[in-house]
Design a binder for this molecule. Sequence first.
Ligand code: 13P
Length: 250
Amino acid sequence: MIKRPVLAANWKMHHGPSAATAFMRSFVAAHQPRADRTVIFFPPAPSLPAVVAEAVLRTDILVGVQNIHWAEKGAFTGEISAEIAKEAGAKMVLVGHSERRHVFGETDAQCAKKCVAAARVGLPFMLCVGEKIEQREAGETAAVVTRQLREGLGQVGHLITTEFLLAYEPVWAIGTGLTATPTDASAIHTLLRSELTAMIGTRAREIPILYGGSVNVANAATLIAAPEIDGLLVGGASLDPGAWTKIVQA
Ligand code: 13P
């Protein structure tokens, strides 16, 4: 069972196996297990075994992959399946991160297939949603994140038993130093919760909704204290063990 708050580190394309091992030794020593929160790491796939090995005694830490392909197997050079990720030790997968959507052109339909693929093997997933700056300025934020949520979960069905989480990451806040205000983020999280309730009923209350986008040591505590923000998905500030330890303890 995932405890809230959930503090998730997305390392993107940083920290190979040796850097990952060094990071984890430092982090595990600095952050003693706490029963009141869950820490998740999404390292680059080749660093997954190193992170898993360093966290092997820690039930408060989950390790996942940043992406999967939707097919079970086949001629898909460069891709990994949910099954392979799971066998390698992944306990979670990110689906539809904004960089997957906007750098690599991933569509809502593809995200939906990835959620199905994860659910099929019982791999918990974190579906990411978020609007681009021009969509925000056009007043389309609610429509965009609602569509991403509905289409992303559209094929797993309301009977889904696999654990899943949502992350709201406004694209304009990622890596820019701009953060949504806690009030703005809360409003979107509230909207996502009510959309999710329409889809899966009261179970929606149990689904953690994380905020991501330029979270750092200075703003983490305020964001996490805001209503409906159940955790944080952190890029840049998760790369340094000292900063990350402070965020996890926020
Ligand atoms: P930053 O924290 O670097 O803005 O990245 C956020 C993110 O994309 C996490 O998935």
